[in-house]
Design a protein around this ligand. Structure first.
Ligand code: KIV
Ligand code: NA
Length: 264
């Protein structure tokens, strides 16, 4: 049996071979990603991608647990990280511990991720001390999009850099094993990567980060309007459309099912 990538193995990749990561919410796709990714994130972006929500704010804990369990079942190699959804960890370290423990027990994942810098440092420390590995997430934090007035690239104004740098230092000092830097200007992400001793995972950030992550459906070409920072490596939208269109024609023409697809 192949042993899964561990949290210390990810932490040890600081400044080394870049860490490969993608999201997955689904057993069959996770099994493919598992062959190539060091860790797989069951992101709360599943609210938008899988369930048609406008933001991630409405994602319930049980939904994260259902998808987390599916991805753990579908994989054997990658570290599985599950997002803590909005409203399940911000209030207090105790509440965060209770919900993070529930996620870990019910999914079998190896770590959780939560959004926020300085303001979440105490909670990150509390969880890590009690056996829950935490990946942090700073910069553009989609769960705060209502406060920020949308999904806004961070660090365009250099006066804000110190605050972002303090956030990244705070989560590293608190014991996070890694931090996602999302949606920030390239030079800021590169600076933060040099300043802290845990791996940074970039999304809309910098090639200088210690690793990269993308939403799987975005990079596969399933999102009709992908954000600028996505490189589209696949053509799923067109492939699915042409498969469905061909199927529809064959059903109507009675050419499907053919002899091959029926029991004689
Ligand atoms: O929910 C998500 O997919 C994420 C990644 C984009 C980092 O948090
Ligand atoms: Na997320």
């Amino acid at each position: 049996a192949v042993r899964r990538t561990t949290v210390p193995q990810i932490a040890a990749r600081k400044g080394g071979v870049p860490i490969v990561s993608l999201t997955s919410y689904h057993a069959h796709t996770a099994a493919i990603v598992d062959k190539y990714a060091d860790f797989i994130l069951v992101g709360d972006s599943l609210g938008m991608v899988m369930h048609g929500m406008e933001t991630t704010v409405g994602v319930p804990l049980d939904l994260m647990i259902m998808h987390g369990r599916a991805v753990v079942r579908g994989t054997k190699q990658a570290l599985i990280v599950v997002d803590m959804p909005f409203g399940t960890y911000e209030e207090s370290p105790n509440r965060a511990f209770r919900n993070a423990a529930k996620i870990m027990k019910e999914t079998g994942c190896g770590a959780v991720k939560l959004e926020g810098g300085k303001r979440m440092a105490e909670t990150i420390h509390f969880l890590v001390e009690r056996g829950i590995p935490v990946m942090a997430h700073t910069g553009l934090t989609p769960q705060s999009s209502h406060v920020m007035g949308g999904f806004k690239t961070q660090g365009r104004d250099e006066d804000t850099w110190a605050a972002h740098e303090d956030d990244a230092k705070a989560v590293a000092d608190a014991g996070a094993f890694s931090v996602v830097l999302e949606g920030m200007v390239e030079r800021l992400a590169a600076r933060i990567t040099k300043q802290i001793d845990i791996p940074t995972i970039g999304i809309g950030a910098s090639v200088e980060c210690d690793g990269q992550i993308l939403v799987l459906e975005d990079m596969l070409g399933l999102n009709p309007r992908p954000p600028k920072f996505v490189k589209v490596y696949g053509d799923l939208l067109n492939q699915i459309e042409s498969a469905v269109a061909t199927y529809a024609e064959e059903v109507k023409a009675r050419t499907f099912p053919s002899d091959d697809e029926v029991y004689r």
